[in-house]
Design a binder for this molecule. Structure first.
Ligand code: SF4
Ligand code: SF4
Ligand code: FES
Length: 322
């Protein structure tokens, strides 16, 4: 017989029709350690409080319905067992996903998530120059499929969207899932809208990403959206050049390290924001220089700079051969 342990569990409760503010309600259940958090919540609903609202369907990490915050991390409730949570946190605290309005208890309005997904045009746009053969398959090579083989694993659970600080700071940012899906179509050789997709996503979209990788660490299907966003940034620069402050910053960073192995912060500001931006930031720069006088010295090359440049050459050769 499997031994049970006492599981303290605090659940976010909020019914906008009745409650002025959200609150946590504490429950205590006796459960085997391997019990999924979803099963614990369903036990609360069937045995203690039938008004608890939550969303779920498959209970097998397939449908993506049960994403929520468990001890402050966005993940699937049917995939997260109570035992490891108790070991790490001593209790289980459950909240609704972030970046989407709460409808009731653990149920959020996924409208914004799906609207962001719609914005990237999530389907193949036929290329008039290469029409699809009617009634026949249009096969790709294994190498072509390899470029996006992770993205179709996405189950649209929204855990990455909930974890994303860029989405929280800028509601116009499409979010990691939409961008990972966008990448899938950009590298699909059958798609006819590659250039438009890349041009459309640059202004205010792509470069808002902070490269924190929280989306990747939250993803239950290892889709790795932050890596696909990095790839999109490279593709966008190749397509359009460095036209945004974000892309100019990335290119400037690369050039600084290539030339001297160190950042020249004044040069980087000028490369990112132009001379006007440099002048605008001059008072702040002078304050900083008082604390770090070395910023005003002529930048030197680091020892072994030739090795850094060799690394660049190797990477460029690799890219060219890819
Ligand atoms: S890496 Fe970018 S997209 Fe992913 S969570 Fe961080 S800010 Fe959001
Ligand atoms: S990328 Fe991962 S975390 Fe984001 S919606 Fe898809 S499966 Fe969920
Ligand atoms: S209930 Fe379907 S993924 Fe959890």
């Amino acid at each position: 017989m499997v031994e049970s342990v006492a599981v303290p569990i605090s659940v976010y409760r909020y019914d906008p029709a009745r409650d002025a503010t959200p609150r946590y309600v504490d429950y205590s259940l006796d459960l085997p350690r391997h019990t999924p958090v979803l099963t614990a919540l369903l036990k609360i609903r069937s045995e203690i409080d039938s008004t608890l609202s939550l969303r779920y369907s498959c209970r097998s990490s397939i449908c993506g319905s049960c994403a929520m915050l468990i001890n402050s991390k966005s993940r699937l409730a049917c995939q997260t067992q109570v035992g490891p949570e108790l070991d790490l946190h001593g209790r289980v605290v459950v909240d609704p996903m972030r970046n989407q309005p709460v409808l009731r208890d653990l149920v959020v309005d996924q409208g914004p998530f799906w609207q962001d997904y719609e914005r990237i045009v999530p389907h193949l746009v036929p290329d008039p120059a290469h029409p699809m053969p009617e009634g026949k398959p249009n096969p790709m090579t294994p190498e072509q499929v390899d470029r996006f083989y992770e993205t179709p694993r996405c189950i649209a659970c929204g855990a990455c969207y909930s974890a994303c600080p860029a989405k929280e700071a800028d509601p116009t940012f499409p979010g990691p899932m939409a961008l990972a899906k966008l990448y899938r179509f950009v590298v699909d050789p059958r798609d006819g809208a590659r250039r438009e997709r890349l041009l459309r996503i640059q202004p205010g979209g792509l470069w808002t990403c902070l490269r924190c990788h929280l989306c990747t660490s939250s993803c239950p299907k290892d889709v790795r959206p932050s890596e696909r966003i990095r790839d999109l940034k490279e593709l966008a620069i190749h397509e359009q050049g460095a036209t945004e402050a974000g892309s100019r910053h990335a290119v400037g960073f690369k050039e600084n390290l290539h030339d001297r192995g160190l950042l020249n912060e004044m040069r980087l500001v000028r490369q990112t924001d132009g001379v006007v931006g440099l002048l605008r930031q001059a008072p702040q720069g002078l304050r900083l220089a008082r604390k770090k006088p070395e910023l005003l010295k002529k930048p030197r090359r680091i020892e072994g700079q030739d090795q850094v440049q060799k690394l660049y050459e190797l990477l460029e050769d690799e890219e060219g051969g890819a």
